[in-house]
Every structure is written in structure tokens, then in C-alpha cells.
Write a protein that binds this ligand. Structure first.
Ligand code: NDP
Length: 226
């Protein structure tokens, strides 16, 4: 049975990714931040869901959990993300919040990918998807939510680098733009249902090959510009 790890599986897009993967017969590991969240999420998702407790900012914890996990992984989805702080324009920046945003949205996907690389290698068909955002697009000259935009533009670059370094091993790495999604982050007025987005992302994961490595895809499957 194929096995995947999805970060932040307790709510939002991550929860729907876990649900869709379970529906398709995957064994699903999902990260959550507390034992209470682990228990609640496992209760909702059922017996083929295995919660792993770590905060993606805590690289030591991520590596410790990875070290204890004895299973090959066919797929890693870096999904955890934040859009704080409140003040994040170029002329009024909360720098502590900016650093926090970079820690979760940019540094963590690389740290988690490194930690679980042995598991992805072991499966012989490992692949990595990272949930980025259309807000990373360099064509926008917008200055609102600048910390978030910068963190997603940076993770695109980081994952492109990882894609290059893993190409010779046949491990594809790609980025996903989920559009504007109805979650706590996106709000209820957003365009996309997280259930549809999750199905789309899993479809991409299923067909991802090393010829796609380093690319940025819309959730619906088309390649998009950085
Ligand atoms: P939500 O705000 O609904 O959920 C965020 C998830 O990230 C929660 O599970 C949260 O866990 C987790 N998380 C936050 N910080 C950490 C951390 N330090 N360690 C571990 N987990 C953490 O967001 P979405 O589901 O909407 O977003 C998922 C991804 O999609 C993000 O990367 C986001 O940037 C991206 N995205 C979303 C869009 C949208 O419109 N919704 C648009 C474009 C991209 P907890 O419950 O413990 O806080």
C-alpha cells in the first residue's frame, strides 16, 4: 500500500489531503502539533491515519520523529503554513513575525524534506510536493502580506534547488498553487473547496515523474509560471 506523510493534517487543506489519500487506499502519516490534536485527528480520520506530533519549526523534533519512523514513504506533502503577522508591508514590517513566517513556510519544508529523505529513498518511488501560493508570483507588484509572499517565493526557490539535487536519484520535487481555498487561512469567501483541491493535488502526486521536477503546478494540474 502506498504511504504518505502530510504536514499539518489536522485542519484545512492538510486534513482534506489526508482524507482524500485515505479514500484512495493510502496509508497516511500526518503531522499535528499536540497530542490532543493527534487524538482528535486520528478519531476523525480512522485507523489508517497515523499522527506524528511535531512543530515544523522544531528541526530537532522533526528529525527525532523521522528517526523513530520505520516505514518507506512514497510521498511527502509539505503543507503546514501561516500567513501572520498583522503588520507585513514593506514600510511597516513586524520583523519577528516575518522571521516566524519564513521559519514555517520556507525553512521547515526543507528541514522536513531532509529529515524524511531516507524514507522517501527507501520506497524507491519517493516524491515531494510543497504547497506554495499564487501570491509568490514575481509578476505581482503587490506589497500587502509581503512576509507571506516572500516566504512562498523563497520556498519556490528552495524547492527548485532540492529538485536539482535529487534529480539524479529520480526523486521528483514540485510546487503546488492551490488557488484561493476555503479554510481558516483562506476564509469562507474563497473560490475553491479544499476537497476539490486535495483531490487535484493527489492526482498531480500520482502522475509526478522526474521530468516534472522543479515545476510549479496549479492544483488543477497545469504548469504555472513562478
Ligand atoms: P490553515 O490556516 O487552515 O491551516 C494551517 C495548518 O498549518 C494547521 O494545520 C496548522 O496547525 C499548521 N501549522 C501552522 N504552523 C505550524 C507549525 N509551526 N508547525 C506545524 N504545523 C503548523 O491553512 P490552509 O489549510 O489554508 O493552508 C495550507 C497550506 O496551503 C499553507 O501552506 C498555505 O500557505 C497554503 N495556501 C493556502 C491558501 C488558501 O487560500 N487557504 C492559498 C495558497 C496557499 P495548528 O492547527 O496546530 O495551528
Amino acid at each position: 500500500m502506498p504511504t504518505c506523510l502530510i504536514t499539518a493534517a489536522n485542519r484545512g487543506i492538510g486534513y482534506e489531503l489526508a482524507r482524500a489519500a485515505l479514500d484512495s487506499g493510502w496509508t497516511v502519516y500526518g503531522s499535528v502539533r499536540t497530542q490532543q490534536s493527534a487524538d482528535e485527528t486520528a478519531e476523525r480520520l480512522g485507523k489508517d491515519f497515523h499522527p506524528l506530533v511535531f512543530d515544523v519549526r522544531d528541526h530537532a523534533a522533526v528529525h527525532a520523529v523521522a528517526g523513530d519512523l520505520d516505514t518507506p514513504l512514497n510521498l511527502l506533502i509539505n503543507n503546514a503554513g501561516i500567513i501572520t503577522p498583522e503588520r507585513q508591508s514593506a514600510l511597516d514590517m513586524d520583523f519577528k513575525g516575518f522571521a516566524e513566517t519564513l521559519a514555517v513556510n520556507t525553512l521547515a519544508p526543507l528541514a522536513v524534506s531532509q529529515a524524511f529523505l531516507p524514507h522517501l529513498r527507501r520506497s524507491g518511488s519517493g516524491r515531494i510536493l510543497t504547497i506554495s501560493s499564487q501570491m509568490a508570483w514575481m509578476g505581482y507588484r503587490k506589497s500587502d502580506t509581503l512576509a507571506y509572499r516572500a516566504s512562498k517565493a523563497a520556498v519556490n526557490k528552495v524547492m527548485q534547488g532540492l529538485a536539482t539535487d535529487l534529480e539524479s536519484e529520480g526523486i521528483p520535487v514540485a510546487l503546488i498553487d492551490p488557488g484561493w481555498v476555503r479554510t481558516d487561512m483562506g476564509g469562507q469567501q474563497a473560490d475553491n473547496d479544499p476537497v476539490d483541491v486535495a483531490r487535484g493535488v493527489l492526482k498531480i502526486a500520482g502522475s509526478l515523474s522526474v521530468t516534472d521536477t522543479g515545476k510549479f503546478f496549479k492544483w488543477s494540474g497545469e504548469e504555472r509560471p513562478f
